[in-house]
Write a protein that binds this ligand. Structure first.
Ligand SMILES: [Zn+2]
Length: 337
């Protein structure tokens, strides 16, 4: 665990805040910005950002994971002093890796809200059974809700699933604390759980959701790991992906995982899976595996396998050690079938 945390210190969320990117870039006095965007995000916001910032080079990435490696090599010898990443998860992840490698500040301009990556210090780059890389967090997040609201609604609903997952992630972390108290941060846990609890109590608007996802990212920076926002429900989603069953969005899989893990937390100690499911339904989230193209048997296999993912991260799955029949019952009782 680290002694102090770097967190984004310039955060703007709301309608029409895109312009504020200029304020931040002026504040840190950078002159040679490298901008990354995707094809759609370039049209949505990138072109405008290019006009208002001292953009030295601009790249539209189609295959970020591969292209970012080439960019690291290319820009290592240049004099870029800031990365601005305009886009969805993959573009922002590329920005994180690039900015960390070059050791320069990163500004994220999310055009979707499908998960909590916009402010987090984690890039989800799959490499064998490694699912994510820890990076520096962005220095600034400019989340213009009038832009984000134009992304497919399915993405925003997935974002709700990723936010709500903090409920079980933090419960898992508290269980782990009993075994290893040094890894636990009460501040990080509170920051992660607060917006998730709020979303359970009252359906958030887009601004509220985005703010929650940003807080999630900040919690991870404080913790120095993804712990406050990733527990057994994330292991389930990673397990689906690893087995080649994951056909849905990260936040969709994680959302259903949260209902299932909350069920187990309710058995073990405390929880209310019905409340989680209801909040998801109210927001329009998918709560059926079938709707995500996942059969019951596949889900059970993924759940059985989930414990093997990142075994050092203690969760409810280690605490209860559910059997195949327990997993089948969980799916049946919660009705996520
Ligand atoms: Zn997540």
């Amino acid at each position: 665990m680290h002694k102090h945390a770097e967190i984004p210190y310039f955060v703007e969320v709301g309608e029409g805040v895109l312009d504020r990117v200029r304020v931040f870039v002026g504040k840190i006095e950078v002159e040679r910005v490298v901008m990354l965007s995707g094809r759609t995000s370039y049209e949505l916001a990138g072109r405008y950002v290019e006009e208002i910032l001292p953009v030295m080079e601009s790249y539209t990435l189609t295959n970020p994971q591969q292209e970012v490696r080439k960019l690291i090599a290319k820009l290592s010898y240049g004099d870029a002093d800031c990365i601005v990443a305009v886009g969805g998860g993959r573009i922002i992840d590329s920005g994180k890796i690039l900015a960390s490698e070059l050791n320069i500040p990163l500004v994220t301009v999310p055009t979707t809200a499908s998960h909590d990556g916009m402010a987090s210090p984690v890039a989800s780059f799959r490499n064998g059974d490694v699912f994510s890389v820890f990076t520096k967090p962005p220095s600034a997040v400019i989340a213009d809700t009038s832009i984000i609201s134009r992304c497919p609604p399915r993405l925003i609903r997935a974002g709700f699933g990723d936010l709500i997952s903090n409920i079980t992630a933090v419960k898992d972390w508290k269980l782990a604390k009993e075994i290893d108290p040094t890894d636990y941060s009460e501040i990080a846990a509170s920051i992660a759980v607060m917006p998730a609890e709020m979303a359970l109590n009252k359906t958030p608007d887009l601004k509220g959701l985005v703010r929650g996802l940003i807080m999630s990212g900040v919690a991870m920076s404080i913790a120095g790991s993804s712990r406050p926002a990733s527990g057994a429900e994330h292991k389930f989603s990673h397990s689906l992906d690893m087995l080649g069953i994951g056909r849905a969005l990260h936040g969709e899989q994680v959302g259903i995982g949260t209902i299932i893990m909350e069920y187990f937390h309710e058995i073990a100690y405390e929880g209310d899976w019905e409340r989680v499911k209801e909040a998801m339904e109210k927001f329009g989230c998918v709560t059926s595996l079938k709707e995500l193209g996942i059969t019951r048997d596949e889900a059970v296999i993924a759940l059985m396998n989930a414990k093997k993912i990142r075994p050092s991260r203690y969760t409810i799955l280690d605490h209860l050690n559910p059997t195949k029949e327990d997993f089948e019952r969980a799916i049946l009782v919660t009705g996520v079938i």
